[in-house]
Design a binder for this molecule. Sequence first.
Ligand code: MLT
Length: 396
Amino acid sequence: MRINGNFLRLKDSYLFAKVGAKTAEYLSAHPGREVIRLSLGDVTRPLPPAVIKAMQRAVDDLSHKDTFHGYAPDATRFGYDLLLDSLIKSYAEKGIGLEKEEIFISDGAKSDCGNLSDLFSAENTVLIPDPVYPAYLDTNIMAGRKILFADANEGNGFLPMPDERVRADLIYLCSPNNPTGAAYTAKELKVWVDYALKNDAVILYDAAYESFVTDPSLARSIYAAEGAKECAIEICSFSKTAGFTGVRCGYTVVPKALKREGFSLNRLWARRQSAKFNGASYVAQMGAAAVFTEEGKRETAENIAYYRQNARIISDCLTRLGIPFTGGVNSPYIWMKCPGGMDSWSFFDHLLERANVVGTPGCGFGKNGEGYFRLTAFNTHEKTEEAMRRFAALRI
Ligand code: MLT
């Protein structure tokens, strides 16, 4: 028996696990300290009341024999009609037409970001932005693929564009970007789409933060770019939109028009899911469907506005201190330069030890993240304000 040796090529721990372990280590050495976490992008607002009510109704359904539900109705795509119809309507409002069979309900974006890799040969070359959400890199290292990076830096506004000299088969894009908050316009995405079509490549587009987009010139879906249905899979989640980080529900769009080597990726993904997945729960899906009701939309928007206010608290403080940063406008993340020329982990230690505030070291998102640091707007107003007071008091 041999293990998958690719695992030996991974860093010893996943970024957020390392941040958590270092924080726990600090707390065990300094019991009683009140540490404020602006690190993991985990929400703090309770679920919108419309979602709660829908989930309570769903629980009631499960308690009566006439309304009970077991496995989701379709053993390949796992979606209940109420949620699928709501998603189709929501895409239609963005000018994008989808069919039910093109939507696969998932337990959140993270799983599919890695699982989709099953559809593609290990011989494919992958192009991953740097910096970006570390799950793309780790899952492709596990799969043993050759990995290339698309540099995102101040020079290109953290929005890398295709390099015609580079040949990639699989391309990950995340917009608005985790961690930098930079987001593409439909015109910029069209350049990626054209590149993918020319190279017979497939784009895996992570739209987990689309609900934070306020600027109308920015895209909220890759399908805003013409031709994307022939080359792109879109992955999204209710985690950041509606506070589902603990509930778990998301969706992946695999257009019927997407074919490679003559095979429909929609059919391959349906085949993969039927063998390896059993869906998101009825209760979670009914809660997700409620996000699209009038009440749900209003309450979800209120929660997002709350987090935007936190982003402003952080941005205002950094501006006052003269610390350069991006993000925080169309994204819940603020991407700042580490003050005093510190490297990312030194600044992490400094902030944890001196201010008892936890953020995420930029280098954990890629080599171009070295010297940067990510703060999240997902904590409460009170804790965000207190964290920034402590931050300012450091006088660095
Ligand atoms: C993050 O902090 O980057 C996110 O919470 C990670 C995730 O969504 O898995």
